[in-house]
Design a protein around this ligand. Structure first.
Ligand code: ADP
Ligand code: MG
Length: 323
């Protein structure tokens, strides 16, 4: 296993969260409409991601673990786009460099599937095996061969919390995919995949919050906001319940956070933080996603304009309902 592989792995795989992110993104790219994620010990001892997507053809399983072996770049123009989202064809090779990986996969057309194991970059020959169509990745003992990096991990509970947050965001951004999350043998939530965002909110946040939601939808000149605002009485003590997506991706952005909070404040004196789940859709050229790909930060090219619009819309949206 080359040094360059281990270094590359460090950029992609920082903690269990990074592995779960990459594997679930792959499942979505494979057109899965049901994804199960299971973790044990915060994902340090086990991460399992099962999807019902297209599967990997037998003769391409080994190749998928080579660096830059992406099947997702089809033209030179794609490269820009692909790179900006971090799809560089090195997730699987990076994960296999620092963990014990097993993949079970079958395409719809094949009668049998394949099992392939690779650990710390050392592989076993693929074996033929009977499995359902789709793909399961098992990632065991993260950083088993890089103890220094393992030492930088936080307690399993903290690492598991990062994964759990990400799984919630994944479910909220994809109501059309059935998502099941299991932590230490316990099912944390399971969404139906019927496309109903309110139902996903119910599965994740429960009845009290779901009973206090205001549907919200507004759009102008290709800028569109939709989702749910929590009634002002569901005050939270931190921003963990301010969830929003820009063009389908969970992000952090000061303009949006402050503008929505301002919208609430304009309507009701609010000393704590509101609950909301909002999807923002806008022209890609209005935002810069490259600010911090890993930290999910984005920047607006014309922040002020959006700030005014969002805070005004939220204020109006709250004003329009009988609270
Ligand atoms: P990338 O996603 O950038 O292409 P990865 O290293 O994440 O690179 O994956 C390499 C390749 O393995 C993908 O291009 C895809 O062909 C295949 N692959 C990975 N995960 C899955 C999956 N869950 N279902 C089907 N194919 C997959
Ligand atoms: Mg990928």
């Amino acid at each position: 296993q080359s040094t360059i592989d281990k270094i590359a792995a460090g950029e992609v795989v920082e903690r269990p969260l990074s592995v779960v992110k990459e594997l679930t993104e792959n499942a979505i790219d494979a057109k899965a409409n049901a994804i199960t994620v299971e973790i044990k010990e915060g994902g340090i001892s086990l991460i399992r991601v099962t999807d019902n997507g297209c599967g990997i053809p037998k003769n391409q399983v080994k190749k998928a673990f080579l660096r830059h072996a992406t099947s997702k770049i089809t033209s030179i123009e794609d490269l820009n786009y692909v790179e900006s989202l971090g799809f560089r064809g090195e997730a699987l090779s990076s994960i296999a460099a620092v963990a014990q990986v097993e993949v079970l996969t079958k395409t719809a057309d094949d009668l049998t599937g394949v099992r392939y194991r690779i650990a710390g970059g050392r592989e076993e020959e693929p074996e033929e095996i009977g499995v359902p169509a789709g793909t399961t990745f098992l990632v065991r003992n993260l950083f088993f061969n890089t103890p220094v990096r393992k030492k930088f991990l936080k307690q399993p509970q903290t690492e598991g919390g990062y994964v759990a947050d990400m799984m919630e965001h994944l479910a909220l951004s994809h109501p059309d995919i059935s998502i099941k999350f299991i932590q230490n043998g316990q099912v944390k939530f399971h969404t139906s995949g019927n496309g109903n965002l309110k139902e996903v909110i119910y599965r994740i946040y429960g009845k009290d919050i779901t009973d206090a939601l205001i549907p919200f939808e507004k759009s102008e000149d290709g800028f569109c906001v939709s989702g749910f605002l929590g009634k002002p009485e569901i005050n939270r003590s931190n921003r963990n319940f301010e969830v929003y997506f820009v063009n389908g991706r969970y992000v952090k952005n000061d303009v949006i956070t402050k503008a929505v909070e301002e919208g609430y404040r304009a309507y009701v004196m609010q000393h704590k933080f509101p609950f909301f789940v909002l999807h923002f859709t806008m022209a890609p050229e209005t935002i810069d996603v490259n600010v911090h790909p890993a930290k999910m930060e984005i920047r607006f090219n014309q922040g002020n304009e959006f700030y005014e619009k969002i805070s005004r819309w939220i204020g109006e949206g709250l004003h329009a309902v009988e609270l």
